[in-house]
Design a protein around this ligand. Structure first.
Ligand code: SF4
Ligand code: SF4
Length: 82
């Protein structure tokens, strides 16, 4: 699942990510650092990351989702033969 991480040590809360994002009002909130939520609106254009002056944004298209759901989709080691 899609996740957007903001490095709290790099973010200056400048708001450029929110301003540049086509869905900025829906996705980005800027407090002490920027935070992305409502990612169902994100179309992974990566503009936010490219506009961030400090390189604080990391976009992961394949971040693990709910742990239990992930595990249930995987064969259990004991179930594997050979
Ligand atoms: S553009 Fe980068 S530094 Fe500025 S608020 Fe967004 S994440 Fe923080
Ligand atoms: S990838 Fe695009 S749509 Fe998604 S948060 Fe960044 S700028 Fe907004």
């Amino acid at each position: 699942m899609l996740k957007i991480y903001v490095d709290e040590n790099k973010c200056t809360a400048c708001g450029d990510c929110k301003n540049a994002c086509p869905k900025g009002e829906l996705i980005w909130s800027i407090n002490k650092i920027a935070h992305a939520s409502n990612l169902e609106y994100c179309h992974v254009c990566t503009i936010c990351a490219s506009k961030c002056p400090t390189g604080a944004i990391l976009i992961d298209r394949n971040a693990p989702g709910d742990d239990r759901a992930e595990r249930n989709n995987q064969p259990h080691e004991d179930d594997l033969i050979g």
